[in-house]
Design a protein around this ligand. Structure first.
Ligand SMILES: Cc1cc2nc3c(=O)[nH]c(=O)nc-3n(C[C@H](O)[C@H](O)[C@H](O)COP(=O)(O)OP(=O)(O)OC[C@H]3O[C@@H](n4cnc5c(N)ncnc54)[C@H](O)[C@@H]3O)c2cc1C
Ligand SMILES: NC(=O)c1ccc[n+]([C@@H]2O[C@H](COP(=O)([O-])OP(=O)(O)OC[C@H]3O[C@@H](n4cnc5c(N)ncnc54)[C@H](O)[C@@H]3O)[C@@H](O)[C@H]2O)c1
Length: 474
């Protein structure tokens, strides 16, 4: 039977216009003469631009700078004003207007179709919107870049807890906020919510914060949160959640009456509950069944040659820079294949860096010491106080945190690095370069950092290694 739905053909159809989708659409066709289109049902730029990375970092930066002025002789202490903090957030999310992104897509020659996209068969995507349906046919590839959803177990659902969208889009500041989770969102959001005026309590199931990083990093962040007056209950289970008159008032507004949590540390009462216990790929309603696939197939990479997943939707590390990187790799593959070529790629997967913009900041890449040992490496570690270089100690009056390298004892190659404290996020990139470039530590010693910059911390770390790490392995 015929259909009166308009059909459009492109070489590459990308469902989801977040950072991963945008990069896939751009790199897949750049320099090839092929065409690509992005299907977006909310705002082009995705979660990252409007409800995740950008607003959270826009909120945290003034707080970090104000703290710095309070810990730096020779300058008056600055204070955060909640109203101007929220104005800064609004500026960085362009007041939730994505016309700038649309201009970018236009300039890059990428088509944009507004609406909800869904596979309806091999290489076919149906886009539904209030303006009517369109069917997109992909000559070469369909890319799923639909992002992820926060995990909300059934016990919490009726209480309509805040998710990270509410925390980043906050307009009504609850007097008392309970945050469930001890991961990245919890450790970052606790800081800005407390600076905005909430009395914040963290309820953490694990015995420590940031459980996937080195233990000393979580300990430093715990001390930092407690120093700000934030209460943290570690190793605590939530057993029941009740709320008076829950109401879907919208992003960033208080979702009803008082929330009461029964926990293994006792009863907690709050005006709002922020649930931040991880995210899951958004694959439920993208029509995988119409091509005989499931979400598990996507996460395991069991996909036909015309279908790809990238970014949070792929189940890989849910980080913007990682999603964008994988999208560039994927885009280059698709572009090269269209010319009958194979894009060059390193023969090993690159390590995933992550910066947690907590206080103190935590930055890591590669394996933790425990992960390296578990993977069978013979390991040597070197750890120094982050204050131990002139360049780092000059940056504040009190420099907290420690930094560590994990080195393979046999090859002298860096396996992982963790920096905690001032400039951690900048210091970690040299570790990423050393790992990707296979630079052994005896060579790294000859990469000289300027005096007195924070990068001289690398010298301190390398100096602390046993003497045999100053020459090639014998
Ligand atoms: C509070 C918070 C802070 C964060 N901070 C950082 C940070 O500092 N650094 C970092 O690297 N990462 C950070 N992240 C993670 C980062 O936001 C994600 O990894 C990133 O947004 C993933 O990009 P993506 O393109 O895969 O998905 P998204 O950014 O989620 O974009 C997916 C897009 O697809 C659209 N979409 C979904 N389904 C459909 C459909 N069926 N049809 C049409 N469109 C659809 C969505 O509307 C959305 O625009 C943070 C996350 C949170 C929650
Ligand atoms: N700066 C950044 O790069 C940044 C900032 C924010 C978010 N993100 C990304 O967003 C993702 C989601 O962040 P997140 O903080 O929600 O997740 P997360 O994975 O970082 O932390 C989840 C926490 O919730 C706990 N948890 C899991 N299930 C639970 C349950 N049922 N009850 C109680 N606790 C439970 C975990 O033990 C962990 O402590 C992160 O993985 C991260 O990649 C990145």
């Amino acid at each position: 039977m015929g259909t009166d739905v308009e059909t459009q053909e492109y070489d590459v159809v990308v469902i989801g216009g977040g950072p991963a989708g945008e990069n896939a659409a751009q790199y897949a066709v750049e320099g090839t003469g092929m065409t690509s289109v992005v299907v977006e049902r909310e705002l082009l730029g995705g979660e990252c631009s409007y409800w995740a990375c950008m607003p959270s970092k826009a909120l945290l930066r003034p707080i970090t700078v104000a703290d710095l002025t309070g810990d730096l002789g020779g300058v008056s202490t600055a204070h955060v004003t909640p109203k101007s903090l929220l104005e800064r957030r609004d500026y960085w999310v362009s007041s939730y207007d994505d016309s700038g992104q649309e201009t970018w897509a236009d300039g890059a020659g990428i088509g944009v179709v507004r609406g909800s996209g869904r596979l309806v068969g091999e290489r076919r995507v149906r886009v539904t919107s209030s303006a009517g349906d369109v069917e997109l046919v992909a000559r070469r590839a369909v890319v799923l870049a639909t992002g992820s959803d926060p995990v909300v177990p059934a016990m919490y659902a009726d209480a309509l807890p805040w998710g990270s969208r509410d925390a980043t889009a906050v307009t009504e500041v609850p007097d008392r906020l309970v945050v469930v989770g001890g991961g990245v969102v919890a450790c970052e959001a606790a800081i800005w919510m407390q600076a905005l005026g909430s009395d914040v309590t963290l309820v953490v199931r694990d015995p420590r914060l940031l459980a996937r990083t080195e233990p000393f990093a979580g300990e430093a962040v715990l001390a930092g949160l407690r120093e700000r007056g934030i209460t943290v209950h570690l190793g605590t289970e939530v057993r029941d959640v009740r709320r008076e008159a829950p109401e879907a008032t919208g992003d960033g507004r208080i979702h009803g009456g008082t929330v009461t949590l029964a926990t293994s540390a006792g009863e907690l009462v709050a005006d709002e509950l922020l649930l931040s216990i991880g995210r899951t790929p958004r694959l439920d309603d993208v029509g995988l069944d119409t091509v005989g696939l499931s979400a598990d197939d996507v996460k395991a990479g069991r996909l036909p040659e015309w279908l790809y997943a990238v970014g949070d939707a792929s189940g890989m590390a849910p980080l913007t820079h990682w999603g964008k990187y994988r999208a560039r790799v994927l885009g280059a593959r698709i572009a090269a294949a269209s010319e009958g070529e194979v894009a060059w790629e390193p023969d090993r997967e690159a390590p995933v860096p992550q910066v947690v913009f907590s206080d103190p900041e935590v930055a890591s890449v590669g394996m933790t010491e425990a992960e390296a040992r578990e993977a069978g490496h013979e390991v040597v570690t070197t750890r120094v106080p982050t204050s131990s270089a002139a360049g780092t100690s000059l940056l504040r009056d009190t420099v907290v945190g420690e930094s560590q390298l994990v080195v393979d004892a046999k090859t002298h190659l860096l396996l992982g690095a963790t920096f905690v404290g001032v400039e951690a996020g900048e210091l970690v990139h040299a570790a990423t370069v050393a790992i990707v470039g296979d630079v052994p530590v005896h060579v790294l010693r000859h990469a000289v950092a300027s005096y007195p910059t924070a990068a001289e911390l690398w010298l301190r770390l390398l100096e602390e290694l046993p003497a045999e790490f100053r020459r090639p392995p014998q």
